[in-house]
Design a protein around this ligand. Sequence first.
Ligand code: NAD
Length: 503
Amino acid sequence: MGNRDQMQDRFADGAQYIGGRLRPGTSGRTQNIVNPATGETVLGYELAGDADVDAAVGAAREAFPQWAGATPGERSDALHSFASVLAAQADDFARTESLQCGKPIKLSTEFDVPGTVDNTAFFAGAARHLQGQSAGEYSADHTSYVRREAIGVVGSIAPWNYPLQMAAWKILPAIAAGNTIVLKPAEITPLTSLMFAQAATEAGIPDGVINIISGAGLGAGEHLVGHPDVAMTSFTGSTAVGKRVAEIATSTVKRLHLELGGKAPFVVFDDADPEAAIQGAVAGALINSGQDCTAATRVYVQRPLYDQLTAGIADVMAGVRVGDPFDPSTDLGPLVSHTHRDRVAAFVERARAYATVVTGGAVPKNHPEGAFYLPTLIAGAAQDSEVVQSEIFGPVLVILPFDSDDEGIALANDTPYGLAASAWTRDVFRAGRATREIKAGCVWVNDHIPIISEMPHGGTKASGYGKDMSVYSFDEYTQVKHVMYDNTAVARKDWHRTIFGDR
Ligand code: NAD
């Protein structure tokens, strides 16, 4: 059976998952899912319309009282089963993720899927540790305590770069805290989000707790964000769309969580291990074909190491194996679509007018049918140029020199974004200063990219606000309620004097 037959068989009932079952969309518009390595269409499906969003929100609303009323232990048990079901289907998830995104199979197998299983297991444990402030008598006549409560129906919107992981990051903390959810994946990559929801049902998570709407942003996406029965919007995607989502969510007074774009700096001080920095820059820039919001995009190198790093990075990039994502030896697959590849290529073509393309900067000749682009290094661009300031979201790295530590840190901070950064040095004081002064949600020292379930992920500045993963994500998906008990049992309280005087 070919990929197309397999997917059409699997999603024969449609690509909307509402109330625990697949059904077709009702927008009247068809979307093709294309394997970007070959250009082959693997599934055509009907996009969600407003009526499908309404049905999904209705299912989530109906499921909410029972799910929110379950004990943390019960939700935790369900999430443990969910992790086991996912682990048992790991190969299927990895293959499908590589098919719809073009990710090298070793990345899907070693990163996307095990990361998702681990996130699920983490939130199974964390579900039992939703903590509030301690209770006590903060006024002589009262006892106060704080309840941490689920918010209601969460409407989430996710991007195409890590479809499975983004679905997991949005869904898991929300449901662990007792919310129910409607997730809209990117319309070009909905397959593993649908499989994720199906696996949850298989694991015993009640129908309606997780619903997937495969629809366009303009249309189903905006309808979900503005929906009156959705209590919270959590969005991961570009800063431009995030601003639009914020406008709609704000006008309907919703809790809002925004994980937006990035342009991560990679700052190499002159005492760094050059070999480690070269390896780290190439790996950090090329992971997922550079379609990673935390990818290294701007390498700043202190002048004494600049030439060595430029030559070393170009050399390592030229040795990266670009090709078939299903070949286990492939390092770099295609970009997610031909449209996106052309957008990335256009950034590089414009840069030729003001900078030097040291390596790459072309479509590889041996893969004409796929959305491939060679690993690319650009030198000589000014700090205020487009390739240094804008998110390219492809395998394109820029390299710039700096002289003093002050200058290196200032340049690192000089973009609108603030998601991730790294500092490369063997001097503990330099590292400490960089971690304090670089404005980003995460700063690595002598590494770039690793993430773990226990630690928060999220940005500052134009990269958004709020945290994914870790117990910090519960701050997004819960609300605290103050409960205050009178302890005096008297009708005329002391403070009533302010109303009644001496009467
Ligand atoms: P995008 O903003 O184009 O789309 C993201 C999602 O929003 C998609 O599901 C899309 O259909 C939907 N959408 C588009 N227009 C909409 C609208 N008007 N209303 C509601 N929804 C709408 O982003 P993308 O191209 O899919 O993904 C790449 C971007 O995501 C990059 O900017 C990247 O940095 C960012 N990203 C950020 C993080 C993070 O954690 N900060 C993680 C992954 C990706």
